[in-house]
Design a protein around this ligand. Sequence first.
Ligand code: MG
Length: 247
Amino acid sequence: MIRPLLTAACMLAAAPAVAQTSVDAARDPAKTEVWKPVPALVATPVNAAPSDAIVLFNGKDVSAWESEQGGPVRWTVADGALTVVPGSKGIRTRQRFCDIQLHVEWRSPTETKGFDGQNRGNSGIFLQELYELQVLDSYNNPTYANGQAGSMYKQAIPLVNASRAPGQWQAYDIIWKAPRFSQGGGLVSPARITVLHNGVLVQDDTVVSGKTEYIGAPSYAPHACAPLYLQEHDSKVSYRNIWVREL
Ligand code: MG
């Protein structure tokens, strides 16, 4: 009679131990730790491009750019800034891009007298040469909301107006997802854009309706990766510290 009693006692003792083990496993934080892949190390110096970025303008060197007409850039480089020369046409990168993170700093001219609305500090950053993120002096300068600074021109009004006064440097930080097209040229997915203007969210994963149009509705036509393009719009807008990371 003693042996069965001992066995029963052992079983009673063992049962809670098994249950406790499974409870402990479920609560083990290591079960949900993922160790690979290890993210690549990127150095992020203050006021400089991250170590894995392609520097497009460092304050002196414009060799990453060419005139939209081909040949050398005809904008001026002085005091660490690249400044539009009215009438000299836009410029584009020699390299082509698709999905990117882009940092651009820009400055509107201080001379505002006689320049209003779209004529005050107008330039633009064209993603893939076709889709314009507007650059404009929108500090006390009313214009149509889908054409002010931070707008996807004639398509998407910025969430807020984060503009600084003319003469002050401003920044755009942009995440661009290029449109996708099928082999037959049909649109598989539209472009999307997120923009921080001076650190403030102004475009939040905005769906882009097609290439920028001054008149009429936007639409898509198939294309490949393409240069970044900076617009010359008769305003002496300056640029500096331009870098891009391919995504
Ligand atoms: Mg423009």
